[in-house]
Structure formats: C-alpha cells, structure tokens
Design a protein around this ligand. Structure first.
Ligand code: GLU
Length: 326
C-alpha cells in the first residue's frame, strides 16, 4: 500500500462512518452512525467521517453538509475527516481521491490481477444466473481471458476493469455474526474496480481509503457482509491490514422490508420535526438492545453501556411503525 495519509497508534481503535451524500439520511443511517460511533468510543477510539461521493450523478455537496449538521444535531462528533478534513491535509471526500484509487488499481493491473471487460449491463443480466438467495447477479466471466494475455493500456480504457477472484473461501470473523465464509467466485464472480464511464467502484475506493486512513474497525449494516469478503481479498492483494468487522441487522418494517429513503416519515427531516435528538438516540439504543426502555438519552451516556453482545443477532430489527412511541 502507498504511504498512509493518516497514521494511527497501533493499539488505538479508529472507526469510521462513510455515508453517500445522495440524499438526506434516514433512521437506518442514524442507527449505523450511532453504532459505529459507540463501538469506537467504547474502546476509547477515534471516529472518522468520510464522504463517499464516487457516484457523481447522485451526490451533492448540500447533502454532505446536511449529513454533518444532522450528525452534530444527534450528538455524534468526529475527530477526523468530514468536509473540512479535520486532522487531515484536505477534505475527506472520495471524489478528491482519484489519484489514490488510480495508483492502487495500477498496482493490481501490473500484477496481472485485473482484466478489461466490455460487457454491458444488459449483456450481464442476460448471461448470468441470479444468485439464489437474493437475486443478486453473479458475473459469468464472459470477458475473463482463459490465458493471461498481455493487455495494452488502451484495452483497459474501453470498458470496465474487473478483478479476478479465486474459487476458494474467504473467511473473516464478524464481531456480531461470528465466522463468515464466502466463495467470491460463486457469490459475485470477478468484480468491477473501475466502471466503463471511468468512475470508481465502491469496493476499490473503500479499501484504499480504509487502508490509507488507518481504519481499524468497520461497523455497518449486514447487507455488506459479502462486500467485507470482497474487501478482505482486496486488502490482501494490496498488502494492507484488514480492519475488524462488525455488521449489524438492518432496520426494517414488520414485513422485513428494509428502511429506505422512500419512508419519508423516517427521514431525518421528518424525525427532527417530531423528536428531540435524545429521544431518537434513546429509541435507537433500545432497538440496539442497549436500553431496556426507549427513554431519552445522549450518545455519550451510552458509551459505558455499549457491548456488541447486547446487539440482537437477527436478520433484521423491526422499527415500530412510524416510530409511534409517544
Ligand atoms: N458509502 C457506503 C454506504 O453508504 C459505505 C458502506 C460502508 O460503510 O462501507 O453504503
């Protein structure tokens, strides 16, 4: 890995929250922020805020500004990162870090670990069998070369660029869900690192950033368990240390449908008009198993109560409809 931009003390936890500024946050994002903040703070660690705006079409600076204002309103402070790049040389914003992703990708390419892919989205959908568990598409390997041909730079410019993945299990220990095992060849196939339009794929950007920013633990929703295996593999190829992972069950309605930006009543805007920040924190802490009742409290009061063992280990956590707890 290239020189880290942020050094961390070997024994000090550094967690992070990495929202995509494509809209205002909702209750699920606040849950993620709170758990990741508590996990880091309960170990006396630091918390970094990274704005993940690689999707240039959907990301807006105003949303990033609102994310910062909403986190502050909730009582979550970050020591590092954010738009002003606290404790760093510049803003902690992915769109400003292309050179770092380019440099990591060149290393993988020079090691013969990537290949150009000309498949279009509709070809991939037509040629791949959806994964049985959730309909996710596994790349069938249409452009995967059978032997390792020497590619020219221009070959890589005309389509997307994919990483060869091995047909063996990648294992990691999740703090909540325990030992995880994924065969990437079967679960996702060779995955994209750079898209045909030149934009960076989440998997590459997140690994380069977590490595260079000295992140020691990653806390996020369980929809990203497979991504953790993809990322662990990338960390190993880049010679960087993989952080510890803790994935938590997503918030969902009573049918198990995960919360999304469509649920307007659970958007931060609506929540802020109905609740004080301590009321939301108390309700989230109750859902996370940290409080016996959903009573108002500040994030700092939860620090001594936080333990991963208390967080429910289920597929999802049900949010009472409309958060009508009054
Ligand atoms: N930007 C990603 C998201 O909002 C971050 C996921 C992660 O924490 O790695 O889903």
């Amino acid at each position: 890995m290239d020189t880290p931009i942020l050094h961390s003390a070997a024994d000090r936890t550094r967690g992070r929250f990495a929202p995509s500024p494509s809209g205002r946050m909702h209750l699920g994002n606040l849950f993620a922020a709170l758990l990741s903040w508590l996990s880091a703070r309960s170990r006396g660690g630091e918390w970094l805020l990274r704005i993940e705006d690689i999707d240039r079409q959907r990301s807006r600076r105003e949303f990033a500004e609102m994310i910062e204002a909403d986190l502050t309103w909730l009582g979550l402070d970050w020591d590092l990162g954010g738009l002003e790049g606290r404790g760093m040389d510049g803003p902690c914003v992915q769109s400003l870090r292309s050179e770092r992703y380019e440099s990591a990708l060149s290393r993988l390419r020079e090691a013969g670990l990537t290949y150009p892919c000309r498949c279009r989205r509709k070809d991939i959908l037509a040629s791949s069998a959806p994964h049985q568990s959730d309909g996710r598409v596994v790349y069938a390997g249409t452009c995967r070369p059978s032997a390792m041909p020497p590619f020219s730079v221009s070959d890589f410019r005309e389509g997307s660029e994919r990483l060869y993945v091995p047909d063996r299990d990648i294992c990691f220990d999740d703090r909540l869900f325990g030992t995880q095992r994924f065969n990437l060849a079967r679960e996702c196939g060779d995955f994209v690192l750079r898209r045909a339009d030149g934009s960076w794929a989440y998997q590459l950007a997140v690994v380069v950033d977590d490595a260079e920013m000295g992140i020691s633990e990653v806390v996020r929703g369980s929809d990203l368990l497979l991504s953790a295996a993809q990322q662990k593999y990338l960390f190993s190829l880049l010679g960087a240390e993989c952080p510890a992972y803790a994935h938590f069950p997503l918030l969902a309605d009573h049918t198990g449908r995960r919360l999304s930006k469509r649920d307007a009543s659970l958007g931060v805007d609506a929540l802020r008009s109905r609740f004080a920040p301590q009321e939301i924190v108390g309700r989230l802490a109750f859902l996370a198993g940290l409080l016996e009742k959903p009573e108002p409290c500040r994030p700092a009061e939860l620090v001594p109560l936080f333990r991963w063992e208390k967080v429910p280990r289920r597929e999802w956590i049900e949010v009472p409809s409309g958060m009508h707890w009054r």
